[in-house]
Design a protein around this ligand. Structure first.
Ligand code: KG4
Ligand code: ZN
Length: 347
């Protein structure tokens, strides 16, 4: 079965072709227009998706070496995400499916992140614990079997990626902040500042990152590095790397600590991480180290499947279409779509 997957929930316009669950192409166009605003501007995202959707889908089809007539079904993100951005992909998918007389199916973006670890050659085995860490979500999920989940906890305020982006902005770095902080942290001292590790010692699987973010803010303010003015007061050099490493260590300690607690409580042998922050080097290093000590197998997606991508949407779409699950043409974009274990209520 050849599935076209489309993703436009935020600032990545992406399309992919999967043949029987195997990725043949995965084209991702990241919208650079948002960088100067320090965050995603919803209206600009929708306009950029409109401009990019046709060329991106064309490129996905061409580089997979197929023709559009060979596509058996279309999978598209219908939530959660920015309503206007979601609508571009959803309406394109509907029009494409209608014209080509093939079924289409709406996919939950978070569920797709969760399955992104199944795009690699080696697959995790059920049951497993999944940590979803992106710009909009930080959740721990116990995945019992395909499409059956127990929600263990989530962030009560900022998502991990959001904290990265906001701290990067305070430090005068560009958007998105995660990759830049990660890079600077490589040469920094993680013990330079002891930032708080919120909720780490509590039994709950909830997270909180706003306290950490505020601690960084006060640390910078107290030393005159914030707010950034034209006088050149921006933190730079080794100190900047040290603050980045200290912040990154605090985030990774909490994410890894909670994930290992969940693994122990639910006695699973497999743990997966997905979402944009799963690209983080410190998170990878720490989780591998901790898991190795406990003989737990860890899965991180390949870098192209960490951030938003069409391949993960096509994969979930393929799993659903194979079961004969399709969506109706009146399916709407749902900005705050939750993840739910019940297939009937998903679509
Ligand atoms: O999953 P994603 O592409 O989009 C959402 O659904 O949110 O995640 C984007 C987030 C951004 O906040 C970005 O700063 C973060 O992932 N990110 C990282 C890294 N690469 C991307 N955070 C920490 N370290 C990284 N290497
Ligand atoms: Zn995402």
């Amino acid at each position: 079965m050849i599935v076209l997957g489309i993703e436009t929930s935020c600032d990545e316009t992406s399309a992919a072709i999967l043949i029987d669950g195997e990725v043949k192409s995965n084209i991702i166009s990241s919208q650079l227009v948002h960088h100067k605003y320090g965050g995603v501007v919803p209206e600009l995202a929708s306009r950029a998706h409109q401009r990019l959707i046709v060329p991106v889908v064309d490129e996905a089809i061409n580089s997979a070496g197929i023709t559009k007539e060979q596509i058996d079904g279309v999978a598209v993100t219908y939530g959660p995400g920015l309503a206007g951005a979601l609508l571009v992909g959803l309406n394109f998918a509907k029009a494409f499916a209608y014209k080509m007389k093939v079924p289409f199916v709406g996919v939950n973006h978070i569920e797709a992140h969760l399955y992104s670890n199944f795009l690699g050659k080696e697959k995790p085995q059920y049951p497993f614990i999944c940590l979803i860490v992106s710009g909009g979500h930080t959740q721990l999920v116990y995945v019992k079997k395909p499409f059956e989940y127990d929600f263990l906890g989530e962030t009560l305020d900022d998502a991990a990626g959001e904290a990265y982006d906001k701290v990067a902005k305070m430090l005068g770095l560009g958007f998105p902040g995660g990759p830049q902080i990660d890079k600077l942290a490589q040469t920094g001292n993680p013990k330079f500042v002891k930032f708080p590790r919120s909720f780490l010692d509590e039994d709950s699987f909830n997270f909180s990152f706003s306290g950490l973010k505020t601690s960084v803010l006060y640390w910078l303010k107290d030393r005159g590095y914030y707010p950034i003015t034209d006088s050149g007061n921006k933190i730079e050099g080794q100190k900047l790397s040290d603050v980045c490493a200290s912040f990154q260590a605090a985030v990774a300690d909490v994410l890894v600590g909670k994930t290992i607690k969940a693994v122990e409580k639910y006695k699973v042998d497999y743990v997966t991480v997905s979402g944009g922050v799963s690209a983080n080097s410190e998170l990878r290093k720490k989780l591998y180290k901790n898991a190795e000590e406990k003989a737990i197998k860890v899965f991180f997606p390949e870098l192209d499947y960490c951030t938003d991508n069409g391949a993960m949407i096509a994969l979930v779409g393929w799993l659903l279409l194979k079961e004969g699950i399709t969506s109706d043409y009146n399916l709407n974009a749902v900005a705050n779509l939750p993840i739910t274990g019940n297939i009937i209520f998903r679509l």
